[in-house]
Design a protein around this ligand. Structure first.
Ligand code: FAD
Length: 463
């Protein structure tokens, strides 16, 4: 079977490797960079910046309480940028090698459908190439949305792409959008001393997650000096004397203008579906996103779509999971992946992580819920690390004791959440969590204690 995959991000390259392993003849077309947004301008570079700037911030502010003393502690921004690029390059090289050893033919260029079984590729090095296929997977990802407001086309406004590679640390920055991406950049730049202001249209930042855990992040960012305007709309952006002015409309109907050296637009991402001959071929598109069925097949049979280009949860691990599932499916293996247990993570300090149902979602679904909470300040490892912000919150069904949702703010939250995903996937109960032994001292003990708190009392919470 001849399989054409468009897009070499975590959706496309994972599908390519799996399909090749299963015996397909795979062609991967990529117009810009293998590894896609994730490895080059998304997940990986942001986490490199977060990691180093968080260490810097902790040493600067809490070094003494950790028993450490530094003279002339400084951030070397040029070296950090270099490290960020090197980490991405190392991982991209790894993927290229996997593609090579799996005998996948990579074609560098931009693909467009010219029929239901043929692509035309505008090659990067010039010229065009036609590629016929038996089946195709579209994994073209997404790009930042520019909200329709006056001034949005001003020169120098940044998206998540430009803000990753600033030559210098800016003195001040306004971030429009307090979702995951906006909050991570707020944390990165506040860590290195930039005066950050976040403008969020909704009543809270990272509004798709549990409010108790996002409150922990909001408190931490505010303590760092980040100013957060919630329920606030941006009306206009202007350029004044080398600075940007952002006119805002606040919840109480008052208006104002805030100023900064840099403005970051972090208002979401739209699927990449333009100029690919999709609609001409009969692929149904809804509000920019490719419409697929439960098996990720588009309205044209034998053409599938996965990852950010179908909308929904625009996450690398979701794109990869969909890629694996489709690659297996078209090679005759039906193995359903449980898309109810998608973990959502924010890699700020404190980290946030969430899987399963929110408390309010569980109630809406008719469950009578019981909730257990355990604060990180009562966890030994968190105290050792000097990082006690946050909590573990477990939402369970009162009748069956089944765990429905786990929401964590705090150190290692993004690592802990996988255990919770497995627990929910296996329909585990609170009792099963409780009768499992957790290593001491670890942050994971907070999950154990939160399970205990659901129906009784956690040992380490004062009565
Ligand atoms: P992409 O990774 O976007 O790859 C699509 C590829 O298709 C691109 O390389 C593009 O060049 C190529 N392409 C597009 N059109 C064509 C065409 N016509 N012909 C040929 N090639 C084409 N997700 C997480 O899970 N965790 C995180 O921590 C995280 N952090 C993020 C931080 C930032 C700043 C951003 C912007 C995103 C982050 N994401 C994160 C989201 C994650 O990057 C995406 O969900 C993921 O990359 C989607 O994978 P994909 O394969 O669908 O698309």
């Amino acid at each position: 079977m001849k399989l054409a995959i468009i897009g070499g991000g975590p959706g496309g390259y994972v599908a390519a490797i799996k399909a090749a392993e299963l015996g397909a003849q795979v062609y991967l077309v990529e117009e810009e960079f293998i590894g896609g947004t994730c490895l080059n301008t998304g997940c990986i570079p942001t986490k490199v910046l977060l990691n180093s700037t968080k260490i810097f911030n902790q040493l600067q502010n809490e070094g003494t309480s950790l028993g450490l003393e530094f003279k002339d502690l400084a951030i070397d921004w040029d070296s950090l940028q270099l490290r960020k690029n090197l980490v991405s390059e190392q991982l991209v090289e790894g993927v290229k090698n996997l593609l090579l050893t799996n005998k996948i033919e990579v074609i560098e260029g931009r693909a467009k459908f010219i029929s239901k079984s043929q692509l035309e590729i505008n090659l990067k090095n010039g010229g065009t190439q036609n590629l016929s296929f038996d089946k195709a997977i579209i994994a073209t990802g997404s790009t930042p949305i520019k909200i329709p407001i006056e001034g949005i086309e001003l020169e120098g406004l940044m998206t998540s792409r430009e803000v990753l590679s600033l030559e210098e640390i800016p003195e001040s920055m306004i971030i429009i959008g307090g979702g995951v991406i906006g909050s991570e950049f707020a944390n990165i730049y506040a860590n290195v001393g930039t005066k950050v202001t976040v403008v969020e249209m909704l009543p809270r930042i990272v509004a798709n997650m549990d409010s108790e855990i996002t409150d922990c992040l909001e408190t931490a960012l505010t303590d760092q000096g980040v100013v957060i305007y919630k329920s606030t709309k941006v009306e206009k952006i202007v350029n004044k004397d080398g600075q940007y002015g952002v006119k805002i409309h606040k919840e109480d109907s008052s208006k104002g203008e805030i100023f900064a050296e840099k403005v970051l637009l972090a208002t979401g991402r739209k699927p990449n579906t333009n100029d690919m001959g999709l609609e001409e071929m009969g692929v149904v598109i809804n509000r920019g996103a490719i419409v697929v069925d439960k098996l990720f097949e588009t309205s044209v049979s034998n053409i599938y779509a996965i990852g950010d280009c179908i909308g929904g949860s625009q996450l690398a691990h979701v794109a990869s999971a969909q890629g694996l599932m489709v690659a297996e499916l078209i090679n005759g293996i039906a193995r359903a992946i449980d898309f109810k247990t998608i973990p959502y993570c924010v890699y700020t300090k404190p980290e946030l992580a969430s899987v399963g149902l929110l408390e309010e979602e569980a109630i809406e679904k008719g469950y009578k819920v019981k909730v257990g909470r355990f604060p990180m300040y009562a966890n030994g490892k968190a105290v050792i690390l000097g990082d006690v912000a946050g909590l573990v919150k477990i939402v369970a069904d009162q009748a069956t004791k089944q765990i429905l949702g786990v929401h964590i703010a705090g150190e290692s939250a993004t690592e802990l959440i996988s255990t919770a995903s497995v627990a929910i996937r296996l329909e585990s109960t609170v009792d099963e969590m409780l009768t499992t032994i957790y290593a001491h001292p670890t942050i994971s003990e907070a999950v154990h204690e939160a399970s205990e708190a659901v129906f009784g009392h956690a040992i380490h919470i004062p009565k």
